[in-house]
Design a binder for this molecule. Structure first.
Ligand code: RIB
Length: 290
């Protein structure tokens, strides 16, 4: 089947710094790279590298041809990426020696996708396909609603976290992926425990502690350990996890198998500096000796 991913496309400007800068501090970077990123683009690349057919729905500006070319090169179907009058989105990313990061994004074209483009992009979608989105574009709820009405399974990664954005898509979701902090924020915002949310499958990532799968209908919770690695850069690791997870499910894997594959891909990703350009392919993940 096909994954339709409504998601952001960013130029990631990555500065390697000795420590994350504090307020009013000026720091000299030890290194600089420019690469492809955006939570959406990262998830599309991860899904494609995991062997799924992934159609990316999004927008870039006139300066974004390189990003579309790269996505195509990485195996993503880019025919539904619109050209916008806005500049391509970008992210300023600091990565310190402890592999911690801090990220500022400028949405640009990611916030300029038209509803007509979204409708056109989903016109070929079929029952049983999967719709994925995150919170770095507009039209998430519209996309989720349209996808649901066409019989697609709907998955949402609640990042960057915004309680209102999650609440807007919640009624349409089959799968929600979020981290521990986001889960806590969502519990505060809804007054409900995550396990009581009206979503059948919820995966909470727990960083170095692994992840938790909640199957809410039957009140079951299963924990999975993380693979042990020495982190270099955690940027895009969560996106890699989600892309691999939905690709595994789309390819018919049971949730447990998809989670193990996604956890391994996410672990390998934190050993690499960068985002979409360095997302491991399926062979790298299968061969990883941990
Ligand atoms: O999740 C990592 C991503 O967040 C980066 O690639 C950056 O573009 C921001 O969207």
């Amino acid at each position: 089947m096909t994954i339709y991913n409504l998601g952001s496309i960013n130029a990631d400007l990555v500065y390697r710094v000795p420590h994350l800068p504090g307020p009013g501090e000026t720091l000299a970077a030890k290194g600089f790279t420019r690469g492809l990123g955006g939570k959406g683009a990262n998830m599309s690349v991860a899904a494609a590298r995991a062997g799924a057919r992934c159609v990316h729905i999004g927008a870039v500006g006139a300066d974004g041809g390189w990003a579309v070319e790269r996505l195509t090169e990485y195996g993503v179907d880019t025919r539904q990426i619109a050209m916008s009058d806005e500049a391509t989105g970008h992210a300023i990313i600091y990565v310190d020696d402890a592999a911690e990061n801090s990220i500022v994004i400028h949405p640009g074209a990611n916030a300029a996708l038209s509803k007509a483009s979204l409708i056109a992009a989903l016109s070929e979608a079929q029952e049983g396909d999967l719709f994925l989105t995150q919170n770095e574009t507009t039209l998430q709820a519209e996309g989720a609603r349209l996808a649901k009405s066409k019989g697609l399974r709907v998955a949402y990664a609640a990042a960057p976290f915004d309680a209102e954005a999650v609440k807007a898509v919640l009624p349409m979701l089959d799968l929600l992926v979020l981290n521990e902090v986001e889960a806590q924020q969502l519990e505060e915002a809804t007054g409900q425990s995550v396990s009581d949310l009206p979503v059948q499958e919820i995966v909470v990532t727990l960083g170095s502690k692994g992840c938790r799968w909640l199957k809410t209908e039957i009140d079951s919770t299963q924990d999975y350990p993380a693979f042990k690695v020495t982190p270099v850069d955690t940027t895009g690791a969560g996106d890699t996890f989600t892309g691999y997870l939905v690709a595994g499910l789309d390819r018919g894997m049971p949730m447990e198998q998809a989670i193990r594959l996604a956890s391994k891909a996410g672990a390998l990703m934190v050993t690499r500096l960068g985002a979409a350009d360095v997302i491991p392919d399926l062979k790298d993940v299968q061969d990883a000796a941990f």
